[in-house]
Write a protein that binds this ligand. Structure first.
Ligand SMILES: [Zn+2]
Length: 182
């Protein structure tokens, strides 16, 4: 009898542990996906006409560094980008198709080692994808809406007024000084 009671207690204890693990898993899962869910709700179909080129054409047009980031979703090494320290007035366009993406008033020093912006020129010029390439760290990938080039990621730890941080690769952008855009 004593054995059975003890056996029941063990079973209850095991059930409690299993329930705890399931609940913990659900909470962890939900908190990881909330970052993506928040951005997904804000998404809409981009309004720009697509530029479609073959892989071979992109290899001819782009430098090896541009190709690696834009077409292969690479990431330039932190603090190495040529546009990181740029504070000149002007516009940042896609290095693949020259679509206007950000301007100098939207750029800020994030301390991350990559050029950062708190908002784009137009949400229609960007496209967003869920990036689950790093286990346990879901991110939102940012792509050019016109040529589908990989630009970087967007995070929710940016400054006001948007609270967003568009973390971009310098090599995926080209800077056009203001006097040339007027
Ligand atoms: Zn583009």
């Amino acid at each position: 009898m004593y054995y059975l009671r003890n056996h029941d207690q063990v079973l209850v204890s095991v059930r409690a542990w299993i329930t705890s693990f399931i609940l913990l898993g659900m909470i962890t899962c939900c908190s990881e996906n909330s970052e993506i869910a928040g951005h997904r709700a804000e998404r809409k179909e981009p309004m720009v006409d697509k530029i479609v080129r073959s892989d071979e054409e992109w290899r001819e047009i782009l430098t090896p560094e541009q190709y690696d980031v834009l077409r292969r979703k690479g990431t330039e090494k932190a603090c190495t980008g040529t546009l990181l320290e740029n504070k000149e007035p002007g516009t940042y366009v896609c290095a693949g198709c020259e679509l206007e993406l950000f301007n100098s008033e939207m750029k800020y020093e994030s301390g991350t080692g990559w050029p950062s912006y708190f908002q784009p020129i137009s949400d229609d010029h960007l496209r967003y994808e869920d990036d689950l390439s790093i286990p346990g760290r879901p991110r939102i990938e940012v792509l050019c809406a016109r040529c589908d080039g990989h630009l970087g990621h967007v995070f929710k730890d940016g400054p006001p007024p948007t609270g967003k941080r568009y973390c971009m690769n310098s090599v995926a952008l080209k800077f056009v000084p203001k006097e040339r855009t007027e």
